[in-house]
Design a protein around this ligand. Structure first.
Ligand SMILES: Cc1cc2nc3c(=O)[nH]c(=O)nc-3n(C[C@H](O)[C@H](O)[C@H](O)COP(=O)(O)O)c2cc1C
Length: 407
């Protein structure tokens, strides 16, 4: 027997049912193709397609076999830690109805970047196989070029979800997201959004139908429950029966809306039990917040940020080691948004209303904003609004990080 070759690898595959398969090989592309053609292993044959999520060079065959055995002994959260270590942490822009739509996404991507995935605010597919015109305008592929965009759907009817997901898949989207977090009374009263969490059996049937019918990966954005975090263990058991592409947990219950402190103890318990790729969302304001969370939960694959990124559009870039937002960048970003909304609404006055929602967070990046905030709130006419904005950019000192007034 000749000397052992030293080009062996250990690899992990994410199977179609969400489980992880570990193997060893000296030819990763050939092995991956074999798994996907059903000839790789009995385990993966019935769980195709599989996706390569981890590779490690191991030297000789015997070294690779030892490492393979060690990886196989890890718990699922520990295996996800390895995947995160290799792929890096993703940063995602949270869906925020009325704020993080197409115009915001385009301008953010153009002037700041650092965001790996943009989630759209929820789309509500109608019962007769339709998106309304406004929603369709959010997801036209030609307007979303160059960004990884995940459309979010809000419904409790499996037929509508399946119809919408197929439409979106045909447009070229690679993932759709299910909203199980919206706390609004009109939504929860219909058993949608966070309201769906109060009906675990119905939710299970819904997930069974959509995961059974669709090939496009489905992620879920959820709260801990409707009324109490004690609801979550049962919900997690349900989620874990399905190949959820990403479970984004916002650790609040519906009754908390957006102000109650995030329930980190419940998040820790969920993270310890979660076997799905897990993401965190809630109250991330500074790059340090992001780093702290990421190091505390090494199995977390992504951080989703909402208000923190509106207030400081450079936050994801900063968290990845880039520079803070400059005054000039913020000015260009602002002007791009204002112009984009003016065109989209064909009205500067309507654009001003939308800009005020952005300023509610963005002003927290400036110092001494009390007087300007009041005047900005009062501005209705474009000339007045534009003068107030010019004064903010001219007079107010800029902070390197946000001082939020919402948490
Ligand atoms: C004005 C507003 C609109 C929102 N719209 C949505 C939405 O369409 N879909 C969704 O899943 N969450 C929505 N959210 C929740 C956010 O995605 C996020 O979970 C929440 O703001 C907490 O994260 P943050 O502390 O980083 O902002 C919304 C929140 C706000 C404040």
């Amino acid at each position: 027997m000749g000397p052992e070759k030293d080009n062996w690898w250990v690899y992990m595959l994410r199977c179609q049912d969400g489980t992880l398969y570990t193997g060893a090989t000296c030819d990763i592309p050939r092995r991956l193709a074999a798994h996907n053609s059903g000839k790789g292993a009995k385990y993966t044959r019935g769980r195709r397609p599989v996706e390569l999520v981890y590779t490690q060079a191991c030297g000789t065959h015997s070294q690779a076999l030892r490492r393979e055995a060690a990886v196989k002994k890890l718990t699922r959260p520990q295996k996800w830690e390895l995947v995160r270590e290799q792929a890096g942490l993703r940063y995602e822009l949270a869906p925020m109805e009325g704020i993080t739509g197409l115009v915001f996404r385009q301008m953010h991507h153009r002037y700041f970047g650092g965001v790996d995935r943009y989630f759209t605010p929820f789309l509500s597919p109608g019962q007769n196989g339709t998106f309304n015109k406004k929603e369709l305008a959010q997801v036209r592929p030609e307007d979303n070029q160059g960004m990884e965009v995940v459309p979010q759907l809000l419904t409790r009817r499996a037929e509508d979800f399946i119809w919408a997901a197929r439409e979106l898949e045909q447009m070229g989207y690679r993932q759709v997201n299910l909203n199980l977090g919206c706390p609004s009374g009109t939504v929860t009263a219909k058993g949608k959004g966070a309201g769906f969490l109060a009906d675990p059996e119905g939710l299970d049937r819904f997930l069974d139908q959509i995961f059974g019918a669709l090939e496009i990966p489905i992620s879920i954005k959820t709260r801990l429950g409707m009324d109490s975090p004690e609801e979550f263990p049962r919900l997690l058991d349900i989620f874990q029966q399905y190949p959820v592409a990403e479970l984004i947990l916002h650790p609040r219950v519906r009754a908390d809306f957006y102000r109650h402190p995030v329930r980190m103890e419940a998040f820790a318990q969920a993270a310890a039990r979660c076997t799905l790729p897990l993401s965190y969302n809630g109250n991330l304001i500074t790059a340090q917040d992001c780093h702290r969370l990421a190091s505390q939960y090494p199995q977390v694959q992504a951080l989703m940020i909402g208000r923190g990124l509106i207030a400081n559009p450079a936050l994801a870039r900063q968290a990845k080691g880039g520079p803070p937002a400059s005054r000039q960048e913020l000015r260009l970003f602002h002007d791009g948004l204002y112009e984009g909304y003016s065109q989209a609404f064909r009205s500067r006055k309507n654009a001003i209303c939308r800009m005020k929602d952005v300023w509610r967070c963005l002003l927290c990046l400036f110092e001494g904003t009390e007087k300007q905030a009041k005047q900005l709130r009062k501005a209705v006419e474009p000339a007045d609004y534009e003068a107030q904005v010019a004064a903010i950019f001219r007079d107010l000192p800029l902070r390197e990080q946000t001082v939020p007034d919402w948490c």
